[in-house]
Structures are given as C-alpha cells and as structure tokens.
Design a protein around this ligand. Structure first.
Ligand SMILES: Nc1ncnc2c1ncn2[C@@H]1O[C@H](COP(=O)(O)OP(=O)(O)OP(=O)(O)O)[C@@H](O)[C@H]1O
Length: 232
C-alpha cells in the first residue's frame, strides 16, 4: 500500500534577508512515512524543528531539497516541488491543518465557523450545522455560545472551536499542531477520542504534542526530530 505521506531527505534552511542573508539550517535528511489510519507524533526539544516539518508538509515552508510525497486524489504529488496552485488543491481536499490558534472571520457565529468546511465541500447548510452542533456538544461548548462569534471566548474555548473546525472535514491527512495545549483533562480525552475515530476512518495524522500522556495515547510511532538536526 502506498503511504499517505512519504518524506525523503527533505531539508530546510531559513535565510534571514534582513540580517545580511544569514543562513539558519534547521532540518536535514527528514525521512519518514505515514500510512493511512496511523498517527505519527514528532518529538524533540523546543527549537528542534517540529513545527517547521509540519509546515513543510503543509506547503507553508518550501523545502530546499528532498521530497514530500503526498497521496492526493489517487496519485502521488511531490509537495517539495509543487506549484502554489497544486498546493492549494491539496489543501482543499487532502490535507487539513489544526493549529493551536483559531483564525475565524470576525462576526461569524461559532456554529457557522465550525460548519464552514463542510459547506465549502458541498454539504447542505442545515446538515453541516447539525454536524457542527454534535462536535461542539462533544467538546463541551455550551449551546448558548453557538450563536456568538468565538472572538471573545476563552483560550480553551477557542481552541475547542478550532478543533471542531479541523475535525469536521473528511480530509485523508490531518496535521495537528498542539491540539490539546490549553485544554482540561475532560476535553483532552475528547480530542483523544476524535483522533481514534479518525484513525478508524483511515486518516493519516502527524501531530506535535508536548503532553507525554496524550502522546502515549495517540502515537502509533514517535519520531524524534533531533535525528534530523542540521548542523550549522
Ligand atoms: N520562519 C522562520 N524564519 C526563521 N527561522 C525560523 C522560522 N521558523 C522557524 N525558525 C527557526 O527554526 C528552528 C526550529 O523552529 P520550530 O518552530 O520548527 O521548532 P519546534 O521544534 O517546533 O519548537 P517548539 O517546540 O518550541 O515549538 C528555530 O530555531 C526557529 O527559530
């Protein structure tokens, strides 16, 4: 079976143009794969390059070398060399990114913020809202808040709205950047359950999680990114 993600010898160096072109090599020789239904957790100390690798897989950071093979609509596309238009196509239907922070359009009610990815994929508004409501309920967002925009919500509430928004879609690949960072124990368990459900549906996931307990619960494999340290 072709992996959903297959990375080989990917590397990234940041060039600081405003600091006289100083080069900051971050990672080199990044090689791993992720199968359908598997969650791979990236570990390593702060600054080791975990977020950079996630952003390379999402096409935010362009690789300076190597290959990032993504299974997309029945074919494999190399995101390290893809055109911006192809990267957008992959984001539309194949890769979802759940970051720690909610970036919602101002004044849109929470229920619509969460329902939006389904509506964008052609699901009828009412059905999408029902699905959004089920997720918000599971994530313990009180129903009285659903009609309000999430901009004034607490950090943990916003993160849960963000998780609902990220998990509602049917993407075959999900990238999770600290999805449980500011959640209490009950809501962390809900996120663990949501990840388990995605695995059963064959979704391939790459996650960054600092909490050891959560990491042990969700990881099928742990990859220590210090192995990919790029010496200056
Ligand atoms: N856009 C950027 N421009 C310049 N340097 C960057 C950029 N993004 C990341 N870096 C540098 O790359 C290194 C790795 O950062 P990265 O955020 O990937 O680490 P991390 O392992 O995710 O850390 P943390 O656990 O603290 O989030 C750091 O030294 C950081 O300063």
């Amino acid at each position: 079976m072709t992996p959903m993600i297959e990375i080989s010898h990917a590397e990234k160096t940041f060039t600081m143009h405003l600091q006289g072109g100083i080069e900051l090599p971050v990672v080199r020789g990044v090689s791993f794969h992720v199968d359908a239904g598997e969650c791979v957790v990236l570990s390593g100390p702060s600054g080791a390059g975990k977020s950079s690798i996630l952003k390379m897989i999402y096409g935010n950071y362009r690789c300076d070398g190597g290959r990032i093979g993504i299974r997309h609509q029945g074919a494999v596309i190399d995101l390290a060399r893809a055109e911006p238009r192809q990267v957008l196509g992959v984001r539309r239907s194949t890769i979802g990114y759940v970051s720690q922070f909610l970036r919602a359009v101002p004044r849109v009610p929470t229920i619509d913020v969460v329902a939006e990815p389904l509506i964008a994929n052609g699901v009828a508004r009412e059905e999408a809202r029902e699905c959004a409501g089920r997720l918000l309920r599971r994530l313990n967002i009180p129903e009285r808040l659903w009609r309000l925009p999430p901009s004034t919500f607490s950090g943990g509430e916003q993160q849960r709205v963000n998780i609902a928004h990220g998990f509602i879609s049917e993407y075959p690949i999900l990238l999770l950047d600290e999805p449980t960072a500011s959640l209490d124990a009950a809501n962390r368990s809900v996120v663990v359950e949501l990840i388990e459900e995605k695995k059963r549906k064959g979704v391939a996931m790459v996650a960054i999680v600092h909490d050891d307990e959560i990491r042990q619960l969700i990881a099928d494999r742990i990859i220590d990114v210090t192995a990919f340290a790029a010496a200056a």
